[in-house]
Design a binder for this molecule. Structure first.
Ligand SMILES: C[S@@+](CC[C@H](N)C(=O)[O-])C[C@H]1O[C@@H](n2cnc3c(N)ncnc32)[C@H](O)[C@@H]1O
Length: 263
C-alpha cells in the first residue's frame, strides 16, 4: 500500500504528484520544421481558424496558442491585432517562434501541466499538436490546464487526426534532399496500440555530413476518449467539424476533425 504521508527532513509532508516530463521531442527537429513544415497547413487552416474562432473575438483580445511550435499562427494573429501567448514544450521550437512572431509572448511549458496565471478570451491548438499527448490521462490533464486558462464561455478550438490518416500517412518513408541536408523519415503506425512513430535521420553540415537520429511520436486518440477527456476536464459537449467539410484539401484534411468547446 502506498503511504498517505511521507516524512521529509523530519517534517510530515503530503506526497506530491509525480511531475510530468516535458515532451522535448521537437528540440532536434526545430530547425528542420521551421524550414520545411507548416506553411501549407497554415494556409489551409487559417480560414477555419477565422471562421470558427477568430470571428467570435475582437482585436485586442487575448488568445492562447497551445503547442504553438515555431509561431506561424501566432505571427498571423499578432498582425490582426490580437494579444497572443504561445506555449510549447520545445524550447528550440520557441527559439524560432520568438523570431517569427515578434509581439507575441512565449512560454516553454508542457500542455499537461502549465500555469500562466492568466485567463484568455480564447485558445486553440492546431496541426494535430494534441496527437502528441500520449494517452487519455494526458489528454485530460491537457484539457484541464487549457480550461483553467479560459475566461467563462471562452472557446477552445483544436484538431486531431484519426486512424485513416495514420494508416495512410504513417506507414511510409519520406526524404528531403537539399544541397546542405539530407533527411530521411521512416514512419510506422501500430494499429493495436494507436502509437505512431517517425524515426528521423539527418545528414547535415557538408562536407563533414554529420549524422543525427531522433524520433517523434504521436498517438491516435479515438473520439470517445477525446470526448470523455473533455467532459472530465469540465468542458461542455464539443461541436465536431470534418476538416474536409470545412474546405481543407484531402492531402491534409482527410480524417482530420476540428473540435470546438467552450469553458
Ligand atoms: C506539429 S507541431 C505544430 C506546431 C504549431 N501548432 C503549428 O501549427 O505549426 C506540434 C507541436 O506540439 C508541441 N508539443 C508536443 N507535445 C507537447 C506537449 N506535451 N506540451 C506542449 N507542446 C507539445 C511540439 O513541441 C511541436 O511544437
Amino acid at each position: 500500500m502506498s503511504p498517505i504521508i511521507a516524512v521529509h527532513n523530519g517534517a510530515l509532508a503530503l506526497p506530491s504528484a509525480p511531475r510530468i516530463r516535458r515532451n522535448r521531442e521537437y528540440d532536434p527537429f526545430a530547425d528542420l520544421y521551421n524550414r520545411f513544415w507548416g506553411n501549407e497547413y497554415h494556409s489551409c487552416a487559417t480560414p477555419i481558424l477565422e471562421r470558427l474562432l477568430l470571428s467570435r473575438l475582437k482585436p485586442g483580445q487575448t488568445v492562447l496558442d497551445v503547442c504553438c511550435g515555431t509561431g506561424t499562427f501566432a505571427a498571423d494573429l499578432v498582425s490582426r491585432g490580437f494579444e497572443v501567448t504561445g506555449i510549447d514544450a520545445s524550447a528550440q521550437m520557441l527559439r524560432h517562434a520568438r523570431r517569427n512572431a515578434k509581439g507575441a509572448k512565449f512560454v516553454t511549458a508542457d500542455v499537461r501541466d502549465f500555469n500562466l496565471n492568466h485567463r484568455f478570451h480564447a485558445a486553440f491548438s492546431v496541426f494535430e499538436s494534441l496527437n502528441h499527448v500520449p494517452d487519455a490521462e494526458g489528454l485530460q490533464q491537457a484539457f484541464r490546464s487549457v480550461r483553467q486558462h479560459l475566461r467563462p464561455r471562452g472557446a477552445f478550438l483544436f484538431d486531431l487526426v484519426g486512424p485513416a490518416t495514420y494508416r495512410r500517412n504513417w506507414n511510409t518513408t519520406h526524404a528531403i534532399v537539399e544541397d546542405d541536408l539530407v533527411c530521411g523519415m521512416r514512419m510506422n503506425f501500430e494499429e493495436s496500440t494507436g502509437m505512431a512513430t517517425c524515426d528521423v535521420t539527418i545528414m547535415e553540415t557538408p562536407p563533414m555530413w554529420q549524422r543525427r537520429d531522433f524520433t517523434v511520436r504521436q498517438t491516435c486518440h479515438d473520439r470517445t476518449t477525446v470526448q470523455n477527456a473533455l467532459s472530465e476536464a469540465g468542458f461542455g459537449n464539443p461541436t465536431l467539424y470534418s476538416a474536409r467539410d470545412l474546405g481543407m484539401p484531402a492531402s491534409l484534411g482527410s480524417d482530420r476533425t476540428f473540435y470546438l468547446v467552450t469553458a
